[in-house]
Design a protein around this ligand. Structure first.
Ligand code: BGC
Length: 738
């Protein structure tokens, strides 16, 4: 008998004698960590106690591109990940690989980009999206989705603005919490990213951002803090960039002092793919799982473009971790703590008890319906001088024009780009929504910058102008593409890509009923033509159902209800961060401090093109009877605000009622107003609803760097309730007593 077999027999025999049951891998089937009745902490403690130092060290880095390290001896599975956040994306390689035409695609439902979800201001919808995505994760045999993106839109040029939830920390926090709770409720692991302050792609691996502590706590942290405190999020992904001199992966202020000590995070921190540059400093800072890992990482790390971009990886391999412990640079307890976090999440998500074998259904009718509703609710009607909704009685002929009319623009570029089973273009959607009542004709008008042009620009434009001239209405669908707005690079400017402004101008000159529809992830400059077109619709990147949403909004089958989650500046130079982006010699100073987005516009008095929170409807809403009670109260007590909102028009519609707080004069400078509540209310014509908000002490507080804590100072607070940050319809006040 071969020696191995003899040993195995002996082990099995002795196990039988002492009553231990072994599974296929030889692990003890009756071990407490396998018992789902025990608490997560009891199971973690038991399993950790059974692991060797080598096994623990091995768990600190991945085994492949999207898998953590399994330990077969103990039946520890790999965590199988997939990119997100707006759907389940291929996991077989980097975005350069999986976005390539040659890659066998993994298809899943493409939901609208995060910025579009934020524009819906609909938390219940975001929860439905999160649930659908989590179900697709499981159906595809994965365990974890790399999202949501909770970074703040600081500059209109950031390439990944489309992934995030806009410029306001409160809105981003609400969206993030809704998404995370829904995903975790399905036993799927979300990963909030990128902690912290990934606000530009320019030199994302090398840029050092100087950010005041106050701006971190008031602007860049709150969505992450809410994810931890309110949703008990299981995983946080660190950002590529440096914050105040240290890479995020080795930044104890971020990962230990703030995340764990201040907020009480108990899950694990995962590195962004290629964001590590050391062994001891990384583990000691509180980073737990380095990705990617294994052979895939080693091959990738040798590629010239990986090196050129500045990626770092391969620092938390088992041999390096063991050596760091042996030399005393890292304690065994620190390694144990990382493993503890990873196991805690795995048990919490049920990975030991209910593995996800895959082979489920994705893109079900229900999931498609969520995608369609989300796309519809994301659309923001920016301007409407009576041109919309289209009336088929008058719009007998409609010219649909532009580089985004017949080409689907489901999302921005990079790791978030989902490959759906089908995509509805704006042209398809308009055709469908017209229901044959209008005659629809199409012209490209201008090729998308970077895409092949079949004719010279002038010829394309002339053709479009001729079509517009003989049509009752012209719809020009323009914007960015995944190649011009995406991960790994910033936009070149805030202007529309080449030729699109000229196209709009030419079409608008030929047809006074020109409606502009824009698909992009962040604001664009409109100064050349905004005064010359009667309607502008912002559709972001709407996922696979974008075209239906556009058609439905144009024809009025959907009454638009989206509101801007970002301020639209007239020009880039009006952006509060202008002049402090992208930085010099790899240093960027966030000199605008807390005055990001509307906080900056309010402070400087600069008029935006469209303010934060703006969005029109086909109906009208009246606000009345604002009540704020009590009028005076002690620190720590909440304030109740209620008001009535009435649909005073003739169509059913939804209004996003926004509550801003105006702080009293304080020791520290404070923004003129800050969003602290919102509610999306659906109203039939003539219907009235009473809505209420609770303002707690957190909402009244600011972060005082002097004491490194939040304070609510006494004084009179203004309560501003309105349809946008600059369309305040009702005002009240309360006093916070000494
Ligand atoms: C991105 C992450 C993404 C990861 C894995 C990174 O380049 O920054 O957002 O989850 O790749 O694809």
């Amino acid at each position: 008998m071969p020696l191995k077999l003899a040993v195995l027999l002996l082990v099995l025999l002795s196990a039988a004698v002492v009553g231990v049951r072994l599974d296929a891998q030889g692990a003890d089937r009756a071990a407490p960590y396998k018992n789902p009745v025990l608490t997560v902490d009891e199971r973690v403690k038991d399993l950790l106690g059974r692991m060797t130092a080598e096994e623990k060290a091995a768990m600190l880095s991945g085994s492949g591109w999207m898998e953590s390290q399994p330990i077969a001896r103990l039946g520890i599975p790999a965590i199988k990940m997939a990119d997100g956040p707006m759907g389940v994306r291929n996991w077989r390689g980097s975005s350069a690989v999986t976005n390539a035409a040659a890659t066998v695609p993994v298809t899943a439902t493409a939901f609208p980009a995060g910025i579009g979800m934020a524009a819906s201001w609909d938390l219940e919808l975001v929860a439905r999206e999160g649930r659908a995505i989590a179900q697709e994760v499981k159906a595809l045999g994965r365990d974890m989705i790399l999202g949501p993106t909770l970074n703040i839109n600081r500059v209109p040029l950031w390439g990944r603005n489309f992934e995030g939830y806009g410029e306001d920390p409160y809105l981003a926090a609400r969206m993030g919490v809704a998404y995370i709770k829904a995903v975790q409720a399905e036993g799927v692991i979300p990963s909030v990213k990128h902690f912290a302050a990934n606000n530009e792609e320019y030199e994302r691996h090398r840029i050092d951002e100087k950010i005041s502590e106050r701006a971190l706590h008031e602007i860049y942290f709150p969505a992450f803090k809410a994810a931890v405190r309110e949703a008990d999020v299981w995983v946080v992904m660190n950002a590529y960039n440096k914050v105040n001199g240290l890479w995020c992966a080795e930044n104890p202020y971020l990962l230990t002092d703030t995340l764990r000590k201040r907020w009480g995070f108990r899950g694990f921190v995962i590195s962004d793919w290629g964001s590590t540059y050391s062994t001891a400093a990384t583990i000691n800072a509180g980073m737990d799982l380095e990705m990617p890992g294994g052979e895939r990482m080693r091959i990738w790390l040798k590629k010239p473009e990986t090196i050129r971009d500045g990626n770092g990886a391969g620092w938390l391999t088992a041999d390096k971790v063991l050596a760091a412990v042996a030399s005393g640079r890292v304690t065994q307890e620190a390694v144990d703590e990382s493993v503890r976090g990873i196991l805690r999440v795995m048990f919490s998500a049920g990975l030991f008890d209910h593995p996800h074998p895959g082979a489920g259904e994705v893109d079900t009718l229900e999931q498609r319906q969520v995608a369609r509703t989300a796309a519809s609710e994301s659309v923001v009607l920016l301007k409407n001088a009576g041109a919309l909704p289209l009336d088929p009685e008058k719009a007998h002929t409609i010219a649909v024009i532009g580089p985004s009319a017949a080409v689907p623009r489901t999302g921005g570029g990079g790791s978030s780009l989902v490959r759906p089973k089908y995509m509805v273009t704006a042209l398809d959607g308009i055709q469908e929504a017209s229901g044959g009542r209008s005659e629809i004709a199409y012209a490209l008008g201008a090729a998308m910058e970077g895409e092949e042009a079949v004719q010279p620009p002038q010829a394309l434009r002339d053709e479009a102008v001729a079509l517009a001239k003989k049509s009752d209405v012209a719809v020009v669908v323009v914007g960015y593409s995944a190649k011009l707005e995406g991960e790994g690079f910033d936009r070149k400017s805030m202007d529309l890509p080449a030729g699109q402004d000229e196209l709009i101008e030419a079409v608008a000159a030929a047809n006074q009923n020109t409606i502009v529809v824009i698909q992009a992830g962040a604001p664009v400059t409109m100064s050349r033509w905004i005064g010359r077109v009667p309607a502008v619709v912002y559709a972001w990147y709407g996922g696979q159902e974008a075209g239906h949403a556009i058609g439905d909004v144009l024809f009025g089958a959907v009454n638009p209800s989206g509101k801007l989650p970002v301020t639209f500046p007239k020009e880039l130079k009006d952006s509060p961060a202008y002049g402090h982006y992208p930085g010099e010699n790899l240093h960027v100073e966030y000199a605008e401090g807390i005055y990001v987005g509307y906080r900056g516009f309010d402070k400087s008095g600069v008029e935006p093109l469209f303010p934060f929170g703006h969005g029109l409807s086909y109906t009208t809403f009246e606000y009345s009877r604002l009540k704020v009670a009590p009028a005076r109260m002690a620190v720590g007590k909440p304030v109740n605000v209620s008001l009535r909102v009435r649909n005073s028009g003739r169509r059913a519609g939804a209004e996003v009622v926004q509550l801003y707080l105006q702080a009293p004069p304080s020791r520290l400078d404070r923004p003129i107003r800050e969003l602290k509540g919102f509610d999306r209310v659906v109203l039939q014509p003539g219907e009235t609803k009473t809505i209420s908000f609770k303002i707690n002490q957190d909402a009244m507080s600011f972060y005082d760097t002097g004491i490194q804590d939040w304070v609510a100072e006494p004084g009179k607070f203004g309560v501003l309730v309105g349809a946008s940050s600059r369309d305040i319809r009702a005002q009240g006040e309360f006093e916070l007593a000494q």
